[in-house]
Design a protein. Structure first.
Lengths: 374, 253
C-alpha cells in the first residue's frame, strides 16, 4: 500500500506541527490533571501507607489520620498480648507549632514513634538516618518544607511548642495534604512537642505475626481491648483519602478538573484530527471515486490517527516527564505512576481513533461526484 | 457486439428539500469499445451528471444503465465502488492526483486497490509511466510536474486498473492547446489501439476533431446523438477537419 497516510501527515510540516501540538497539549493536560488527582490522593494517605503497619488501632470514630484522638497507652500491652500480634508500637500524630528563627510560627504535624521499630519511621531519607531520631531533641522533616520552616541544614535548632528541636535529617517526597508539614520525632519527643499527656498515644500500630490471619487478629484486639476501633491499613488509608478527597470537596474539585482535562483533551484531539482529515477531503473523494471501498479509506484515516497518536503521545510524555519532575519541588505533587503512563498511551490512541471516527463519519458522506467539480 | 455502456430512458432528478431539479430525462446512449465519444453541451445541460451515472458514481432516478453488460442501476450504493474499480478508469479536469504521493505511487495506489502485490505494482507503474513518456518522473511529486504531465500521470493511473471504459471530465480544460492535443492523442490511442470505450465531457472546441462521435446534450436530453451525422459529415473520426457550427456553438479547428 503506498504510504498515503504517512505522507498525508508528514507532507505538510505546518499542519503536522499543529496536529502534534494539539495532541501533545491534550496529553500533557490530562497527565497534569490526572497526576494532580493521583498526587492528592496518595498524599492524603502517605503516612498510613508508609507506616509499615498491618492494623491501626484508634480511638472510636476517628474519621481520618489527622483527627486522631489520644487514648491510654496502656492499651499497648493489652494489644501485644493478643494472639497473632507480632509487633505493636505507639504513634503520636498531632498538630503543633514550629517557631522559626524570625519568631513567626508555622503549623506542623508531629509524627512520633519508636525509632528502634520499623513501624512509623520516616522513609525516603536523603540526609541523616531514622536512627538519628534517638539523639536528643532530634527531628526529621521533608526537604520540600525547608523554606516553609526556615531550615537550611542539618544541625539547626528550632523551637516546637517551647521545646528544643534539632534537625537531624531530611526526607524526600513526604508531603502533607494539609498546609502543615509532617515532622518526625521519637514518640517521647512527640509527646513533648504536643499537648499530649505522658500516658497517652494517638495510635497503636500493629504488625501481625508471620502467617497470622489479619481478620482474626483484628477480632482478637476488638475482643480484648475496650473503646478502640481497629482498621486495616487499606481501610484507614481509604477512609482518610475519602475524607480529604470527597468530604472536604477538595478532591472533587481536582476530580472535576481531571474530567475536564479529559474532555478538553479529547475535544482538542478531535478537532485536530478532524481538521487534518478535512484537509485531505478531496483526496478521499478521489479515492472513493476511483473505486476504493470505504474500508480502504477508513484504513488510511485510522493509520493517520494512529501515527499521530504514537508521536503525540511520545512527545507529550517527554513534556509531562519534565512537568512531573518540576512538580516534585513545588507544593502540589503531580504523580505519573507507570500504569497511568501506559494507560495514557491507550487513552491517546483511543482519543485519536475516536476523533478519526468522527472524521470517518464525514468522509463516509462524501459525494464522490465532488471530483467532477473542478 | 454488446456496447461497453448502454443507457436507456435514463432520468436523474436532484432533490433538495421538497424541490426537485430534473437533470436528465429519457436519455438513451450506447458507447462501444474502441470508440471515443465526446459529450458536449452548455453548462448545466446534464453532461457531467450523465458521465457520473455511467461511471457508477451517481445513481439514476429511473432507467437502465448497463456497464460491461451488467445492469448497475439496481445495485446498492455500497456495491458501486467495486464496479468502478473493475471496469472504469477516470480522468479528471483537476487531475486529482494525490499530492503527497509521487507520480509512481499515484499509479501504484490504483494497483494496490486492485490487490496487486507491492513489487508487481511497482513494476507495472514503471511500465505505465514509460508508456506515457514519463518514465523518468516516477519519483516526482505532482507539484513538480507540468499540467500536461499531471494529466498523463492521471491517464496512467486510470489505465493501471486495466479498465474497459475510460471516462474523462474536461481532461484538456486546464492545459494549453499543444499539451491538450497531446493528451487527446493518448486518449484516442486508448480507444483505437487498445480497444477502450472512451467518453469525454468537454467544452474544449480545440479537441473536437479527435472524436469518433459527438453527442450534444441540452436541458438534460440528447439534442443530437451524433453531431457529425446531423451536420451530414461524411464520416468520423473527424481528425483534421475544420468545422464551424454556429447553430450549436461548436467549432472544430
Amino acid at each position: 500500500m503506498p504510504p498515503l497516510a504517512q505522507r498525508n501527515l508528514f507532507h505538510d510540516k505546518v499542519r503536522l506541527t499543529v496536529t502534534l501540538t494539539g495532541i501533545v497539549f491534550a496529553v500533557v493536560l490530562i497527565v497534569v490533571e490526572l497526576g494532580l488527582f493521583f498526587g492528592f490522593t496518595v498524599t492524603t494517605s502517605n503516612l498510613i501507607d508508609h507506616a509499615g503497619a498491618d492494623l491501626w488501632v484508634t480511638s472510636p470514630k476517628v474519621p481520618y489520620v489527622e483527627m486522631g484522638v489520644p487514648f491510654s497507652e496502656r492499651k499497648l500491652n493489652q494489644i501485644r498480648a493478643v494472639p497473632g500480634v507480632g509487633d505493636a508500637e505507639k504513634l503520636v500524630a498531632q498538630w503543633t507549632q514550629w517557631k522559626l528563627h524570625d519568631g513567626s510560627q508555622e503549623s506542623i504535624q508531629i509524627v512520633g514513634a519508636n525509632p528502634d521499630s520499623p513501624l512509623g519511621r520516616p522513609w525516603n531519607l536523603v540526609e541523616g538516618r531514622a536512627e538519628d531520631l534517638k539523639d536528643p531533641d532530634a527531628v526529621i522533616l521533608d526537604e520540600i518544607y525547608k523554606k516553609k520552616l526556615g531550615v537550611t541544614h542539618v544541625g539547626e535548632v528550632f523551637e516546637v511548642r517551647g521545646h528544643r528541636a534539632r534537625v537531624v535529617g531530611f526526607t524526600r517526597g513526604i508531603r502533607s495534604f494539609t498546609t502543615s508539614p509532617y515532622v518526625f520525632s521519637t514518640f517521647k519527643h512527640g509527646q513533648d512537642f504536643t499537648s499530649m499527656r505522658e500516658d497517652q498515644t494517638t495510635y497503636i500500630l500493629v504488625k501481625a505475626a508471620p502467617g497470622a490471619d489479619l481478620k482474626q487478629v483484628r477480632r482478637g484486639i476488638l475482643a480484648q481491648v475496650r473503646n478502640v476501633d481497629v482498621y486495616t491499613t487499606a481501610e484507614f488509608s481509604h477512609m482518610t483519602r475519602f475524607y480529604w478527597m470527597f468530604t472536604t470537596g477538595a478532591g472533587v474539585a481536582v476530580l472535576i478538573a481531571a474530567v475536564l482535562g479529559l474532555v478538553v483533551g479529547f475535544v482538542v484531539v478531535a478537532q485536530t484530527i478532524y481538521a487534518t482529515t478535512m484537509d485531505h477531503i478531496r483526496e478521499f473523494g478521489t479515492l472513493k471515486a476511483i473505486g476504493a471501498p470505504n474500508s480502504y479509506v477508513y484504513k488510511v484515516i485510522m493509520k493517520q490517527a494512529g501515527i499521530s497518536a504514537v508521536i503525540g503521545y511520545a512527545l507529550g510524555m517527554i513534556v509531562s516527564f519534565f512537568v512531573v519532575q518540576a512538580s516534585q519541588k513545588g507544593g502540589a505533587a503531580i504523580l505519573m505512576p507507570m500504569p497511568m503512563a501506559v494507560g495514557m498511551f491507550f487513552l491517546t490512541l483511543a482519543m485519536c481513533v475516536g476523533a478519526a471516527l468522527v472524521s470517518i463519519n464525514k468522509v463516509t458522506r462524501i459525494d464522490p461526484a465532488m471530483v467532477f467539480k473542478g | 457486439m454488446q456496447p461497453a455502456i448502454a443507457v436507456r430512458q435514463l432520468t436523474k432528478t436532484y432533490t433538495e428539500g421538497s424541490n426537485g431539479t430534473l437533470a436528465l430525462s429519457g436519455v438513451d446512449l450506447d458507447v462501444h469499445s474502441g470508440e471515443l465519444l465526446m459529450l458536449m453541451g452548455p453548462s448545466g445541460s446534464g453532461k457531467t451528471t450523465l458521465l457520473s451515472i455511467m461511471g457508477c458514481i451517481l445513481t439514476a432516478t429511473s432507467g437502465s444503465v448497463r456497464v460491461a453488460d451488467r445492469e448497475v442501476s439496481s445495485l446498492r450504493e455500497k456495491d458501486l465502488p467495486a464496479i468502478r474499480l473493475e471496469h472504469i478508469g477516470f480522468v479528471f479536469q483537476g487531475f486529482n492526483l494525490f499530492p503527497t504521493l509521487t507520480a509512481g505511487e499515484n499509479v501504484e495506489l490504483m494497483l494496490d486497490l486492485k490487490g496487486t502485490p507491492s513489487a508487481k505494482a511497482k513494476k507495472r507503474a514503471h511500465e505505465l509511466l514509460d508508456q506515457i513518456g514519463l518514465a523518468d518522473k516516477y519519483d516526482a511529486f505532482p507539484s513538480d510536474l507540468s499540467g500536461g504531465q499531471k494529466q498523463r500521470v492521471a491517464i496512467a493511473r486510470a489505465l493501471a486498473g486495466d479498465p474497459g471504459i475510460i471516462l474523462a471530465d474536461e481532461p484538456t480544460a486546464a492545459l494549453d492547446s499543444h499539451t491538450g492535443r497531446n493528451v487527446m492523442q493518448q486518449m484516442t490511442e486508448l480507444a483505437h489501439q487498445r480497444g477502450r470505450a472512451v467518453v469525454i465531457v468537454t467544452h474544449d472546441s480545440r479537441v473536437l476533431d479527435f472524436a469518433d462521435r459527438i453527442v450534444k446534450i441540452e436541458d438534460g436530453a440528447i439534442a443530437a446523438p451524433n453531431v457529425a451525422a446531423t451536420l451530414d459529415m461524411p464520416s468520423l473520426p473527424m481528425r483534421g477537419l475544420a468545422l464551424h457550427m454556429p447553430e450549436t456553438g461548436l467549432s472544430l479547428a
